[in-house]
Design a protein around this ligand. Structure first.
Ligand code: NDP
Ligand code: ZN
Length: 178
């Protein structure tokens, strides 16, 4: 199958899986805007042309946030794409606090491809937080999220100059020492 069909198949799969979900912003933006935006950061800003990386970006939240299983991803998109998604998926048996610590601990050990998806994911979410504060979040919670993200990003460095520089600008804007 050609690359365009592969990408459209992933977009369609993710759109169906996330169809009832919304982002946490006040406008309740459709959730699918996020994985599509993460894929766009990789292609337009980071200069990534590796198709399995873009496929994994489109699918990266399907297991974490919907009823999708890794078996399903493996069956539809093969072991490489499934493997990248697995690397960027939190273990839902852990508490939220433990998951946050795991992201910091695991980041340096991730594969190059998973690190790319993770950097783009963090960049998208921090831009989203900068654009508008999610319903019910205090300024302190937003700042804590930026600080935690900077600790995850610390373990992803040396992967993509463009995304790391852009993230660093966002951290500096918040007086976070990197
Ligand atoms: P959450 O993990 O609950 O939410 C952030 C995640 O939501 C992002 O990583 C992103 O994940 C997704 N998301 C959806 N919409 C948006 C958006 N518009 N902008 C940015 N991200 C969005 O948030 P926290 O990390 O703050 O909470 C986790 C921990 O914080 C918990 O332990 C909780 O108990 C605690 N907490 C802290 C408070 C505080 O004031 N400090 C208050 C309440 C709870 P994805 O990439 O998957 O889309
Ligand atoms: Zn995400």
């Amino acid at each position: 199958m050609n690359h365009v069909s592969e990408l459209i198949r992933c977009t369609d799969f993710a759109a169906i899986k996330h169809k009832d979900q919304r982002r946490k912003d006040i406008e309740a933006t459709p959730y699918i805007n996020h994985p599509i935006g993460v894929a766009k950061i990789l292609t337009e800003e980071a200069g990534i042309t590796d198709i399995p990386v873009i496929q994994a970006a489109l699918l990266h939240d399907t297991v974490e946030d919907t009823d999708t299983s890794f078996e399903e991803l493996n069956q539809h998109f093969g072991p490489e794409v499934c493997g990248i998604v697995k690397e960027v998926t939190d273990d839902k048996t852990l508490s939220k606090m433990e998951r946050k610590q795991q992201q910091i601990n695991h980041a340096p050990h991730a594969s190059y491809k998973a690190k790319l998806v993770k950097l783009a994911d963090k960049l998208y979410n921090l831009r989203d937080l900068r654009r508008c504060t999610p319903c019910g979040w205090t300024a302190e919670r937003v700042q804590e999220y930026f600080v935690w993200s900077s600790k995850v990003v610390a373990g992803l460095r040396g992967t993509n100059r463009k995304m790391e520089d852009t993230l660093d600008d966002l951290f500096k804007e918040r007086d976070i020492i990197i």
